[in-house]
Every structure is written in structure tokens, then in C-alpha cells.
Design a protein around this ligand. Structure first.
Ligand code: GUN
Ligand code: ZN
Length: 435
């Protein structure tokens, strides 16, 4: 059989290193007139169009995108699909927001038909925004995760998700037990983990809503299966941090609760991490754990300002998260816009090449998937997006003034959103086309 080969011609950029480690210039590759060759859903090669076109097998289809920039698909390292229908709920900080809006909305996911409907809306919204991989919270109901993975499998996406574990400090209608949470998680792991491009994440909601027994059961699951993720929240809100200290007086702070139950590790991703001390950052680093930086959520809930330079100093892996529905946008471009402002408020900078890294390769590294996604390395999954420099009249006008690549990238990140995403590809197939 001949290979299913296609080539995409456009300006092309991808990150190849963290600017904090290798410097800005060595952190990316850019081809003004580039060609991305895709075979059987994987990257075959990337380079200058003039060079690669000369060697393409005769008859290869070449698709051209003038005035566009190809990048790897965006990676969202923290998002809640059941909160799609309650994004933009007014007026509260974390703990009241959970009680007043989030828990009632999540209750509806006991109905598999509702879960299936929202999973479809959610994944289509991710793809409209150029996000091809996400680390996703379900609800406490195992049927929420069945619905999510079913919809992801249909679209052949690389996705990570899990059932929420929550056996206390939440409404009765939304709690499991240490035993049922463990059994339901096992069932879902057996059914979905490693199937196609799907991965399972053991998902205790956050320390306050799990008993010691449940956190211990989460640690046990991680021991029992290879390659599982651990996904939770950490140090998001000051009242939450104090509450954790009162619930776990035997532990030395918030992170230590998770550490005590063996929940830190190379596939552990903690959302937020705003109020962390140096020792906690050090511990995240030495265990290879990652943080999801969720600026739109942190500003929306008034949680605080994430200190990215401190994470860089401690060499903690960081990805970007939208954290919908506390986050206010599915767009990773909009998330970068807010990340820039969070850094400004702390007297720091967020260079557009660092932003590109966070949205792609940095996210992949946080998820330990950089051998599959996040860059155009040969053999990687062909998950990529086509960004339109002229997506709106204002962008067209502003881009005409932009002289350098970093200026153009920065404008994309400040003014861009779902309208900027002209087309999204997953495993080499078009899964969203704007027009
Ligand atoms: N902490 C515990 N649950 C949640 C949630 O659903 N969203 C956010 N932002 N923080 C949480
Ligand atoms: Zn969250």
C-alpha cells in the first residue's frame, strides 16, 4: 500500500526548547516559506518549501496557506469539560463559586445523554480554538468519563481525562466513597487507558474533598497501572490553603498532603500553584511534577498572580491551562494574552517565543508527551493548526505594521482567539475548518 502523504505549505514555526533554558534564539525553528510533510497521520518532515518540494514523490498533494502560520496544536493542561455550560458565572471566589455554581452543574452528568451532548460541544469548542490535546476533569460519575472518551475516540484525539474522586465536603448528590471511587476508576482505566490516543488520569478534585482513605486509594491506583496521570488542584486560593492546613494538621502544608499519599511524580499535574513556598517548588521539581498555569481563571476568581519566573528558577515544568469554567476562554491565544498581563503585574515579561513554548512544547513536556506532540519532530502525531494573520479587520491592519516575527507572534497572541484558527488537524485529518 502506498503511504497517505500530504504536504502543507505556509510559514511554519515550532518550539524546540524552553527559552529559559536554551535562550530565545535556540528555542524555535521558523520557515518563512515552509513545508510540513505528513504521512499516515504523522510528521514525515519539515523544512524550506524550495528544498522539500524538489524531493516530494510525484503526485503528492500540496495544500497552500498564504498569510498563515502553522504551529503544533495547542495543549491545555487543565480544563473541566462538565463546566462548559456554566462558564462566566458571576461574582464569587473559589469556595463559594464551587458551592453555588459548579456542584449543581456537575450533578447533571449522572445522565449519560447530557454527558454525551456536553462532551461533543466541548471537544468541538477545543478544536475551534486550535487545542488538540487537553488534560480534562470529568465529574464524580463514571458515565461522564465514558461519554468524554467516546467523543474523543470518535474524533481520534490525544486526550487525557479521569473521573473525579470526592468523598467529603461536597453535596451528598456528588460524592463517591473511597471504595467506589477506586472501583469506578479501575473500571475506567481498564476500558480506556492506552486505547488509541487516550490516557487516564487519577483525579482527586482537591485535598479538601477527599478523605485520607480516598487519597491513599488514589496513590494505590498509580502504583497498580503503568503510565497513569494524577490530576488535581493545588494552592489556588488563600482560604482554600488555610482550610487544607486545618483539615490535615499532621502535614507540612498543602503540597505535603499530596506528597504524603504518594501523589507526586512525573505524570502528576497540579492546577494553579499560586501560593507556594520555595520548599514546595523544590519538591515539585525533584519529583518531576508539573503545574498548570491558568491565568484567565486566576484573575476571574481573584485567586492571585502565578509566579512563572519562580517556577523557572526551580525548574518546575509548567504548562498552560484554560481551567474552563473558572477560566473565561477556551482559547489558548486568549490565555496567553492574560498570562502576559499577569506577568506585567509582577514586573516580569512574557516573551512571545516563551508563550509559543508554553502553548505547545512546554505543555507536552508537562504531560510527558513530547515524544508524540508539541513540536514538528519527525514521527510526531500530525496535530497542528493554521493561524490566520488576517482573521479580523483589526488584525489585518495591525499585522501590516508588524515588521518582525516576534512582533507578529505577539499580535497573534494579544488579538487572537477562535477567529484566528483557520483550520485544525488531528492525526493528519482536518477536524475543524473555520469557513
Ligand atoms: N478546586 C477544586 N475544584 C475546582 C474547580 O472545579 N475549579 C477550580 N478552578 N478550582 C477548583
Ligand atoms: Zn480547575
Amino acid at each position: 500500500m502506498t503511504a497517505a502523504r500530504k504536504a502543507y505549505r505556509a510559514s511554519i514555526i515550532h518550539s524546540i526548547g524552553d527559552p529559559a533554558e536554551v535562550g530565545l534564539e535556540a528555542s524555535y525553528e521558523y520557515y518563512e516559506d515552509g513545508l510540513l510533510v505528513v504521512t499516515d497521520g504523522q510528521i514525515e518532515s519539515l523544512g524550506d518549501a524550495a528544498v522539500l518540494l524538489a524531493h516530494l514523490p510525484e503526485g503528492t498533494e500540496v495544500i497552500e496557506y498564504p498569510d498563515a502560520l502553522l504551529t503544533p496544536g495547542f495543549i491545555d493542561t487543565h480544563i473541566h469539560y462538565p463546566q462548559t455550560g456554566m462558564i462566566a458565572s458571576y461574582g464569587e471566589q473559589l469556595l463559594d463559586w464551587l458551592n453555588n455554581y459548579t456542584f449543581p452543574a456537575e450533578n447533571a452528568f449522572r445522565d449519560p445523554a447530557h454527558a454525551a451532548e456536553v462532551a461533543g460541544v466541548f471537544l468541538d469548542e477545543l478544536l475551534r480554538n486550535g487545542t488538540t490535546t487537553a488534560l480534562v476533569f470529568g465529574t464524580v460519575h463514571k458515565q461522564s468519563v465514558d461519554a468524554f472518551f467516546g467523543a474523543a475516540q470518535q474524533r481520534n484525539l490525544r486526550m487525557i481525562a479521569g473521573k473525579v474522586l470526592m468523598d467529603r465536603n461536597a453535596p451528598d448528590y456528588l460524592t463517591d466513597t473511597a471504595e467506589s471511587g477506586y472501583n469506578d476508576s479501575r473500571e475506567l482505566i481498564e476500558r480506556w487507558h492506552g486505547k488509541g490516543r487516550l490516557h487516564y488520569a487519577v483525579t482527586p478534585r482537591f485535598a479538601p474533598t477527599s478523605s485520607n482513605e480516598q487519597l491513599a486509594a488514589a496513590g494505590q491506583l498509580l502504583q497498580e497501572y503503568e503510565g497513569l496521570y494524577m490530576h488535581t488542584h493545588l494552592s489556588e486560593n488563600r482560604d482554600e490553603v488555610e482550610w487544607v492546613k486545618s483539615l490535615f494538621p499532621q502535614c507540612d502544608g498543602y503540597l505535603d498532603v499530596y506528597d504524603h499519599f504518594n501523589l507526586l511524580g512525573e505524570r502528576s499535574v497540579f492546577a494553579h500553584g499560586i501560593h507556594l513556598c520555595d520548599d514546595e517548588c523544590k519538591r515539585l521539581s525533584e519529583t518531576g511534577s508539573a503545574i498548570a498555569f491558568c491565568p484567565t481563571s486566576n484573575l476571574f476568581l481573584g485567586s492571585g498572580l502565578f509566579n512563572l519566573p519562580k517556577m523557572e528558577q526551580h525548574r518546575v515544568r509548567v504548562g498552560l491551562g484554560t481551567d474552563v469554567g473558572a477560566g473565561t476562554s477556551f482559547s489558548i491565544l486568549q490565555t496567553l494574552n492574560e498570562a502576559y498581563k499577569v506577568m506585567q503585574l509582577q514586573g516580569a515579561k512574557l516573551n512571545p517565543f516563551k508563550s509559543l513554548y508554553l502553548a505547545t512544547l512546554g505543555g507536552a513536556r508537562a504531560l510527558r508527551l513530547d515524544d508524540r506532540i508539541g513540536s514538528f519532530a519527525n514521527g510526531n502525531d500530525a496535530d497542528f493548526v493554521v493561524l490566520d494573520y488576517n482573521a479580523t479587520p483589526l488584525m489585518r491592519y495591525r499585522m501590516a505594521q508588524a515588521k518582525t516575527l516576534d512582533e507578529k507572534l505577539f499580535v497573534l497572541m494579544m488579538l487572537g482567539d477562535d477567529r484566528t484558527v483557520r483550520e485544525t488537524f488531528a492525526a493528519g485529518e482536518s477536524v475543524h475548518r473555520r469557513d
